[in-house]
Design a protein around this ligand. Structure first.
Ligand SMILES: [Zn+2]
Length: 113
């Protein structure tokens, strides 16, 4: 399985995912500094090494589990939705996700239009 890292946002509030060597499409730049969704990933400072942007997923999950509060009013970071889709595919969790989503659907007695 590909090793996935969270990319600490340099600007904005979106947390992308990075998988070393993974390219989301044939048109993706040749640089390895790209998120799973194809967004370029660069440190905001030339002095900062690329690896300093990356964090293990287990640590990064805590970034997005904290809501803003009166004492820390920063807007909560959120996960990049396209990166999540790529990650589900890369980790073989698509079917598991779809089953879980289906179980959470409201019960309907009619067919879709
Ligand atoms: Zn992304």
């Amino acid at each position: 399985m590909i090793e996935l890292f969270a990319v600490r946002p340099q600007r904005g509030a979106v947390v992308h995912l990075h998988g070393p060597g993974y390219r989301p499409g044939v048109k993706t730049r040749s640089s390895d500094r790209v998120a799973l969704c194809g967004a370029p990933v660069w440190p905001c400072s030339l002095d900062m090494p690329f690896d300093a942007l990356l964090s293990p997923l287990a640590d990064a999950v805590r970034w997005t589990s904290m809501a803003p509060s009166d004492t820390d009013p920063r807007p909560a970071w959120r996960w990049c939705r396209p990166c999540i889709g790529h990650a589900l595919d890369l980790t073989g969790l698509v079917t598991e996700f779809l089953i879980a989503a289906a179980e959470r659907q409201p019960q309907s007695t009619s067919s879709p239009p």
